[in-house]
Design a protein around this ligand. Structure first.
Ligand SMILES: [Fe+2]
Ligand SMILES: [Fe+2]
Length: 222
């Protein structure tokens, strides 16, 4: 079952539709055109909507990261259309650590591989954006703020239709860490329901943010 809504509305097919964009128009057009070479219309639309969600979350939680949020959102899935064996080959060639779940489902590597391709494909050399793109599939315990923004934005973007999404969208407005935990929980449930191998980073992420969110709640109460 697809997690995306049906065909994107025509007005959302272009990245000019990023409502609260931070990048210069010409730079967004350049990246958007390049992005089209690497993915179909639906995934391109998803990328634009994740960029919008990511900028909106950055505006609330990290105003200094808005432009990087747009970049990360726009380019996060640039490697997703690569055939799985190619993703695995690139990861091996670049000596990335590959988990058992990634070995079994190489599509999980599209974040790490997409981060590697950022400079070659788009001329972008920003370590924070690279890290966020690398982290966005499974998340990572203690990941940085931009990684957290992208991890949540990728799940709550306007093209997603998932049970319980409105609650997570609301939560993301007020508490980003709690939203990261809610997304990790939902992803874990989905993996378990489908009988798939659980990626160890997602379990570590779940445990880390569970404790983190608990600590924050206790501090607020004291
Ligand atoms: Fe992705
Ligand atoms: Fe995505």
């Amino acid at each position: 079952m697809s997690h995306f809504s049906a065909d994107p509305a025509p007005e959302h097919r272009d990245c000019a539709a990023i409502i609260c964009a931070m990048l210069e128009h010409s730079e967004r057009e350049r990246l958007s055109q390049l992005l089209r070479e690497y993915m179909g219309a639906k995934r391109h639309d998803h990328s634009c909507k994740v960029a919008t969600a990511c900028v909106r979350l950055a505006r609330i939680h990290a105003p200094g990261l808005e432009d990087q949020a747009e970049l990360a959102g726009l380019l996060h899935d640039n490697a997703k259309s690569l055939p799985a064996p190619d993703q695995l080959a690139i990861a091996r060639e670049r000596h990335l650590s590959i988990s058992a779940a990634e070995e079994q489902s190489p599509g999980l590597l599209h974040g790490k591989v997409g981060a590697l391709l950022l400079k070659r494909r788009f001329g972008i050399a920003d370590p924070v954006v690279e890290q966020a793109i690398s982290d966005h599939v499974t998340g990572r315990p203690g990941m940085g703020l931009l990684s957290g923004l992208l991890y949540v934005a990728d799940y709550v973007s306007a093209d997603r239709e998932l049970p319980g999404l409105d609650e997570i969208r609301t939560l993301a407005q007020s508490d980003l860490d709690a939203a990261v935990f809610a997304v990790a929980s939902a992803k874990l449930r989905h993996v378990i329901e489908r009988g798939l191998l659980i990626e160890s980073n997602t379990v570590d992420l779940y445990n880390y943010y569970r404790d983190h969110a608990r600590r924050n709640r206790m501090e607020e109460q004291n």
